[in-house]
Design a protein around this ligand. Structure first.
Ligand SMILES: [Zn+2]
Length: 215
């Protein structure tokens, strides 16, 4: 399903208290988000006030999600109520499969809501604490992409300097060509200016130890 309006109409059929505003530069979806989420036989349900800002290029851009009526202050929620749902790399990996907006929310927003509600109820997090600050973000790339910090830095420089060459050896020292190795992760970033910017902003947070406020 490629048409963004069809996807949004679909979402609004399931979520009847959400509304959409098609602006010139982006799309704003807002209102009450109803959920009934199950994990280990525990069902948590309720309603949250949310706002989603996305642009017409979705899924070649990352939607920004806000949540308004949380009863506790939580890590990963910024002062403007936007949420750090995951690292840029993780979201991009997911968006490559071109999920619908609903699927995107199920994948990233629902676990966040579940974990917030669980924390309010039981005082602990159901999926374990997410690591904080730049270390938490970097750990995604070290654990999921199998990179050392030095290799992560090499990858950032390659993207920053637009030096993607598929036939060259990969920066992870696997001995494979870039295109047959980490190239599949980073090619979408290299090819798209917006994703590239988002990725580079995150890398500044990760590599600047004062970026602890982030994530
Ligand atoms: Zn590699």
């Amino acid at each position: 399903m490629n048409n963004i309006r069809e996807q949004i109409n679909d979402l609004l059929k399931q979520q009847t208290e959400l509304q959409v505003n098609y602006k010139e530069s982006n799309i704003c979806i807002y209102g009450k988000y109803h959920y009934s989420l199950k994990h280990n036989d525990v069902i948590l349900d309720g309603v949250k006030d949310i706002k989603i800002e996305m642009d017409y290029e979705y899924p070649i851009s990352i939607p920004k999600v806000y949540i308004f009526n949380l009863k506790e202050e939580l890590e990963h929620v910024y002062k403007d109520n936007s949420i750090c749902l995951a690292t840029v790399g993780e979201i991009l990996q997911y968006l490559i499969d071109k999920p619908s907006i609903s699927e995107f929310l199920n994948r990233f927003l629902d676990p966040f809501i579940f974990s917030a509600d669980w924390h309010l109820k039981y005082g602990v997090f159901p999926f374990g604490e997410r690591k904080h600050g730049y270390e938490g973000l970097l750990s995604y790339y070290t654990e999921e992409w199998g990179l050392t910090k030095e290799q992560y830095i090499k990858m950032v420089f390659l993207i920053y300097h637009n030096k993607y060459k598929g036939h060259l050896p990969c920066f992870c020292n696997s001995g494979f060509k870039l295109r047959n190795c980490h190239g599949r992760y980073i090619l979408p970033i290299v090819k798209n200016q917006r994703l590239r910017n988002t990725f580079l902003i995150e890398s500044i947070m990760i590599l600047n130890k004062d970026g602890k406020e982030y994530g």
